[in-house]
Write a protein that binds this ligand. Structure first.
Ligand code: C5P
Length: 222
């Protein structure tokens, strides 16, 4: 019997990461944060001095970094060439550059291969919760459970600003909306609600309430 795949997509700051980690922990599943992989790629490009707005330059270098994701939902990890970049990938510099890097088809192709390898290994065990922007549509279109999480922009900005320790609300909201715009309008694997996905607007719910809904959905599928 194969482990399950829970594919979770949605806008930036919709509560995907917290929800996915808690659901995976509750159900004994692995967890893959594909956004962290795009961030790790972006961090490496910035380190190397590659112009992140030069798609050809990004494409030419994107096979070089070795990116390794640890899939324990209680303690997910991300390494680039052996360096722990968990904190480094959350800086404003990376957040501000990740969407342009993610539009480059060669970047997406490379990370897609890596994502499919992680998923294939996890389904030999109990299964995995995978979060991103194109999981239900491209990475794991056959996933038995697909979710699409969104929230009001103001609520998302408030959560993100709280996480970041009191950063400016309006600026945080502007950055989130700008990422959504680029992520939704790119040609390759744009953010979209996948065929068969369940849409949850998390705005009125607490994290625990969303987790309970998702756990219920996964259990219902078996
Ligand atoms: O999920 P997170 O906000 O960390 O993702 C960072 C960025 O990575 C997104 O804004 C998007 O540009 C990119 N991304 C993507 N496809 C995914 C996951 C993330 O393009 N599956």
């Amino acid at each position: 019997r194969q482990g399950t795949v829970v594919a979770v997509d949605g806008t930036s700051g919709s509560g995907k990461s917290s929800t996915c980690r808690a659901v995976a922990a509750r159900l004994g599943l692995a967890y893959l944060d594909t956004g962290a992989m795009f961030r790790a790629m972006t961090w490496w490009m910035l380190e190397q001095g590659v112009d992140v707005h030069d798609a050809a330059a990004v494409a030419e270098r994107c096979e070089e970094p070795r990116i390794v994701s640890g899939t324990d939902p209680e303690a997910p990890t991300i390494h680039v060439d052996g360096t722990d970049v968990a904190a480094a990938i959350r800086t404003d510099a990376v957040t501000g550059s990740v969407s342009p890097v993610s539009t480059v088809p060669a970047v997406r192709a490379r990370l897609l291969t890596m994502q499919r390898e992680v998923i294939a290994e996890a389904v030999r065990g109990t299964g995995i919760v995978v979060e991103g922007r194109d999981i239900g549509s491209v990475v794991a279109p056959d996933a038995p459970v697909k979710l699409y999480l969104t929230a009001d922009p103001a609520a998302r900005a408030a959560r993100r600003a709280a996480e970041e320790g009191g950063s400016d609300l309006a600026a945080t909201q502007a950055v989130l909306l700008d990422r959504d715009r680029i992520d939704s309008s790119r040609a390759t694997a744009p953010l979209t609600m996948a065929e068969g996905a369940v849409h949850i607007d998390t705005t009125p719910f607490t994290l625990d309430e969303v987790v309970a809904q998702v756990v219920g959905l996964v259990r219902a599928v078996g």
